[in-house]
Design a protein around this ligand. Structure first.
Ligand code: GLU
Length: 363
C-alpha cells in the first residue's frame, strides 16, 4: 500500500468517525429550554433545586440527547402550554395530561405516566362529627339554633306582660302573686311553656284566654317551623360529609388547579369550582374547610395523602377518568421523535422503572 492510499483511508476513517455523532445530535439544539411547573411529586422544589419524577426523567432523556437543559417555571398549565406554543420554550414537562383538544394544537411524546382524575377529601375525623353526641352538641350550639332561641325569648315577653296584666287579680290562676315581681316570672314561665306547646294551665280572665289561644297557635307554628329548620340543617350536615365519587360532586365546593383537565371536568359537573394557581393552595383550601374536596390527578393526590397530608386527608373512590401524562412540543417539532426514542430506551434499560420506584414506590 502506497503512502497516499494509506493517508486517504485515514482521512476517510476520521471523517466517518467525526460525522457519526454529529449526524445523531443534529436535530437537538445544544441547550433546550424546558417549560415546567411545580406539581409534586412530578416536579417539586427543594432548596431552590427542581427535583421530582418528571425532572429526573427529563434529565435522563436530555443525557441521551446530549443536550443541556434550562428549566423555565410556569404559573399554571395554560401558561406552560402557551410558552411551548409561542416558542418561548422548546418543550414542556410536568404533569401535563394528553388530551384530544391539546393534541390539535401540540405534539405529545408517547405517554410517560398513566394518571387520571381522583377525589381527595378531609380525613374522617375532620369531616364532621366523629361521634353522635358531639354532632348533637354542635347542632344545639349552632348559630341557627341560637338565633331561634333569641327570637323566642323576645316573643315571650309580649304575651307574658299582657297575661300578667289581665290575670294578676284572678285568685287561683296562673299568677299567684299580683306584684310585678315575682308575678311576671310566672307569666314568662307560662308564655314559654305555651310557645313550646307544653302549657299545663290556662288563664281565667276572658281577654287573657283570647290572648292565650292566639299564643297557642303561634306556638304550634313556631315549633313546626323550628323542626323544619332543624331537619334541613341535619340533612345538609349529612350530605356535606358524603363525597364518595364524581356523582356526589354537583353543587359541592371543589378546589383544583387553574386550566387543568380537572377544572374542565368539574365545570361540566356543575360543581362550585375554586381554581387555584398551585395544587398546594387547593390542599390548603381543603384543610381549612373552605372547600369540600379537591379533584386532581391521581398520582399527585396519592402522594400528598401519603406524605404531607397523611392523617389529615383521604382519597375518596377510584380513578374515574383515565389520563396519561406526556411531554409537550409545538406541532411538527422534529425533536419529538428523538425524545420518544430516548423514552423507549429508558424503559428498556430499566432507568424508567428505577425512577418510578424512587418516586412512587411507596404508594
Ligand atoms: N394534569 C393536569 C393537566 O394537564 C395538570 C394541571 C396542572 O399542572 O395544574 O391539566
Amino acid at each position: 500500500m502506497t503512502q497516499s492510499v494509506r493517508l486517504l483511508i485515514l482521512v476517510l476513517l476520521a471523517t466517518f468517525l467525526i460525522s457519526q455523532p454529529n449526524a445523531r445530535a443534529d436535530p437537538a439544539p445544544p441547550s433546550l429550554r424546558v417549560a415546567t411547573r411545580v406539581v409534586a411529586p412530578l416536579v417539586q422544589k427543594t432548596n431552590g433545586q427542581l427535583t421530582g419524577f418528571s425532572i429526573d426523567l427529563w434529565n435522563a432523556v436530555a443525557a441521551r440527547l446530549g443536550a443541556k437543559t434550562t428549566f423555565i417555571e410556569m404559573g399554571d398549565v395554560n401558561s406552560l402550554l402557551n410558552s411551548v406554543r409561542t416558542g418561548q420554550a422548546d418543550l414542556g414537562i410536568s404533569a401535563i395530561s394528553i388530551t384530544a383538544e391539546r393534541d390539535k394544537i401540540f405534539d405529545f411524546s408517547q405517554p410517560m405516566l398513566s394518571a387520571g382524575l381522583q377525589i381527595l377529601v378531609r380525613g374522617k375525623s375532620d369531616q364532621g362529627a366523629p361521634n353522635p353526641l358531639q354532632g348533637f352538641m354542635r347542632l344545639i350550639l349552632s348559630p341557627m339554633i341560637l338565633v331561634w332561641l333569641g327570637i323566642a325569648a323576645i316573643l315571650i315577653v309580649v304575651p307574658a306582660h299582657i297575661v300578667w296584666l289581665l290575670e294578676r287579680r284572678q285568685s287561683g290562676g296562673i299568677i299567684p302573686d299580683p306584684r310585678y315581681f315575682p308575678g311576671i316570672f310566672h307569666a314568662l314561665w307560662w308564655a314559654a311553656g305555651t310557645l313550646a306547646t307544653q302549657a299545663d294551665q290556662m288563664p281565667r280572665q276572658w281577654l287573657a284566654r283570647a290572648v292565650a289561644i292566639l299564643w297557642m297557635f303561634t306556638g304550634v307554628i313556631f315549633v313546626a317551623y323550628y323542626t323544619a329548620q332543624l331537619t334541613a340543617a341535619l340533612t345538609v350536615a349529612q350530605i356535606q360529609g358524603d363525597i364518595n365519587g364524581p356523582d356526589d360532586l354537583p353543587g359541592k365546593r371543589v378546589a383544583t388547579t387553574r386550566g387543568s383537565t380537572a377544572a374542565a371536568f368539574l365545570k361540566e359537573q356543575h360543581a362550585r369550582v375554586e381554581e387555584d394557581a398551585s395544587i398546594e393552595q387547593a390542599y390548603q383550601a381543603l384543610l381549612n374547610g373552605t372547600v369540600d374536596a379537591v379533584v386532581f390527578d391521581a398520582p399527585v393526590l396519592l402522594y400528598f395523602a401519603e406524605h404531607d397530608g397523611k392523617g389529615r386527608v383521604q382519597i375518596a373512590g377510584t380513578v374515574f377518568k383515565k389520563e396519561d401524562y406526556g411531554i409537550v412540543f409545538a406541532e411538527g417539532n422534529p425533536l419529538r421523535k428523538r425524545v420518544d426514542e430516548a423514552l423507549l430506551e429508558l424503559r428498556e434499560d430499566g432507568t424508567y422503572e428505577r425512577l418510578y420506584q424512587k418516586w412512587f414506590g411507596a404508594s
